[in-house]
Write a new protein. Structure first.
Length: 94
């Protein structure tokens, strides 16, 4: 893994954290559970990134969305790190 790959991973994770921070007030404003809004935005972001990478019409976005689609993090990391946090937050809000 070279320095560019590491910088791209850090940039992707930082941008995802900024999206999470921006969605919290939006969820409070529309009186929605933040986990529902985060799941919807996550699905939309993943679909958009995969669509932009797979479509030959939008080759200009390939450099931007390839770190998102090809994020070298296993799915078990997401389960062990993010799922307990989401469950804890949901249990507090009940």
């Amino acid at each position: 893994m070279n320095l560019f790959d590491m910088a791209a991973i850090i940039l992707v994770v930082a941008s995802l954290l900024m999206i999470v921070a921006a969605l919290q007030p939006v969820a409070a404003r529309f009186q929605l559970p933040s986990t529902i809004l985060l799941a919807g935005v996550g699905v939309a972001l993943g679909f958009l990134a995969a669509f932009l990478l797979a479509t030959p019409v939008t080759d200009a976005f390939n450099e931007i969305v390839s770190p998102i689609v090809n994020l070298p993090v296993r799915s078990s990391i997401f389960l062990y790190v993010f799922l307990p946090l989401l469950l804890f937050q949901a249990s507090i809000l009940i």
